[in-house]
Design a protein around this ligand. Structure first.
Ligand code: FES
Length: 384
């Protein structure tokens, strides 16, 4: 209802007094149909960003000497949200008195997820992965965070040919990308260069993924076999695959990143065309392990617990069974963004992705922060 300011003295007051009657008239004339509270765009946003959903383990099977494939289905049927090939999900569950969680890249293609099937690869490493392999069974329910991350091909940012370098379960995002290329939902060329100790350590069938636009080379370091390269992923080897239209994507252990970075540097490869998936922040080495008091506020609830200086705050929270919000576990996504009310802490430079305003006003990402004294923090509420 428009209200025009008048130049006539007293006129504004008269018009304002008429507003209530006018408003009543408009209400009386309005149709009786209920208001629309959800538009198509809201439904689309919810489908793309459902937050946390429940998933159930449908099947699990070993796929190499140290990796397992875990197949998930939406609890109660339906489909998984759409994602970009290369993204990850975060799984979490309660185990005893503690919470466990960890991000996993997706093996399935976006099309498969829309058909209700989502597969991940789990390597026997760390508490949660060991729990999934040894204790979780078909039917185990897990919380699943919506697909996240920017480790996917982007036409504006990346070149048309990706040389994908992987080791261990780091091949997972590339399996999804190769499927998506084959199905036609991604349009770039990909050459996978995968490093493994022996054929028993390869968690996928290289022949299954080769197709137009996709090539696979496997490099074995401790075995010589027909059809496989032998040695390490050196600059000499990479020269064969890299052309003028190449970006390099890497996913694997930190030692592989360090080695391949040096090899690419020796080739004079442009650093800005290299992208790597970040690994979760783990425990840090300290000269003496010290335990501190951690006071945690989640809205009106206050928790008191112990946190050691060699573990991240998120690890301490989960061990104490506190449902902390977490997604990437490497400090990058900002999902666990929390405020420090008191105390000293340490964040490694390579995992400090906070904005300068966050630093100024003492905000942290607990997944990449270690306590250096007693601390008091305010963390977001888990809202599945
Ligand atoms: S979970 Fe991503 S920054 Fe902490």
């Amino acid at each position: 209802m428009a209200f025009k300011r008048s130049n006539v003295p007293g006129e504004d007051i008269r018009l304002a007094m008429e507003m209530t009657a006018k408003r009543r008239q408009l209400i009386d004339e309005a149709p009786a149909a209920p208001l629309v509270y959800e538009y198509g765009v809201n439904r689309l946003a919810k489908a793309l960003h459902p937050g946390f959903v429940k998933a159930v383990i449908a099947d699990k099977a070993p796929c190499s000497a140290d990796c397992w494939r875990i197949c998930l289905e939406p609890a109660g049927g339906g489909e998984f949200p759409f994602f970009r090939a290369g993204q990850f999900i975060t799984l979490s569950c309660k185990a005893g008195d503690s919470f466990l969680s960890r991000p996993y890249s997706i093996i399935s293609s976006p099309k498969e997820a829309l058909e209700g099937k989502l597969e991940i690869m789990v390597q026997r490493k760390g508490i949660f992965s060991t729990f999934i392999i040894d204790e979780a069974a078909a039917g185990t329910e897990l919380w699943m965070g919506e697909p996240s991350g920017d480790f996917h091909h982007d036409d504006i940012r990346d070149r048309g040919h990706i040389v994908a370098i992987a080791g261990g379960s780091g091949v997972t995002p590339f399996l999804s990308m190769m499927k998506a290329i084959r199905e036609g939902s991604e349009d770039f060329r990909l050459t996978l260069v995968y490093g493994a100790r022996t054929r028993a350590h390869i968690p996928f069938d290289p022949e299954e993924f080769k197709c137009e636009g996709v090539d696979v080379a496997v490099v074995l370091s401790e075995e010589e076999a027909d059809g496989y390269r032998h040695g390490f992923i050196t600059g000499d080897l990479l020269k064969e695959f890299i052309d003028d239209d190449t970006s390099v994507f890497m996913c694997g252990p930190d030692a592989m990143y360090r080695f391949v970075h040096k090899e690419l540097e020796s080739l004079g490869f442009d650093e800005t065309k290299i992208r790597q998936e970040r690994n979760s922040v783990g425990d840090r080495e300290v000269s003496e392990i010290k335990a501190f008091r951690l006071t945690v506020h989640i809205r009106d609830t206050v928790y008191e617990l112990e946190a050691a200086n060699n573990e991240t705050l998120i690890t301490a929270l989960e061990r104490a069974g506190i449902p902390a919000v977490v997604r990437c576990r490497n400090g990058a996504c900002g999902f666990c963004h929390s405020r420090v009310l008191n105390g000293e802490y340490f964040i490694a430079k390579e995992n400090d992705f906070r904005r300068s305003a966050d630093k100024k006003f003492n905000y942290i990402h607990p997944c990449s922060t270690y306590p250096e004294s007693d601390m008091e923090i305010d963390i977001p509420i888990m809202n599945p």
